[in-house]
Design a protein. Structure first.
Length: 87
């Protein structure tokens, strides 16, 4: 009786470890994909709003610092005056 109980516990532990090894990376990849998709959508929204609200203005580059559950995006804006870009 004890031998069967021990075998069942070992089997459950092995199954739990295997499932964890498989599911954790899949969940992390999914979270990162959602974060990147949100950053892309936000970038497009910011560019569109900037085009509408600020004439003679351009966004030049962005710095994206993504974390697991969020992050920061910095944009630099350049204003063009008489064909000369100004920061």
């Amino acid at each position: 009786m004890k031998k069967a109980k021990k075998r069942t516990i070992i089997k459950q532990v092995i199954i739990s470890i295997v499932v964890t090894i498989i599911l954790v990376p899949i969940i992390l990849i999914g979270i990162l994909q959602l974060t990147y998709r949100g950053a892309d959508n936000m970038g497009r929204d910011i560019a569109m709003i900037d085009q509408i609200t600020r004439p003679n203005h351009q966004l030049s580059g962005d710095v994206n610092r993504s974390g697991l559950f969020g992050g920061e995006v910095e944009y630099k804006a350049i204003k063009i005056i008489e064909g000369i870009p100004m920061l």
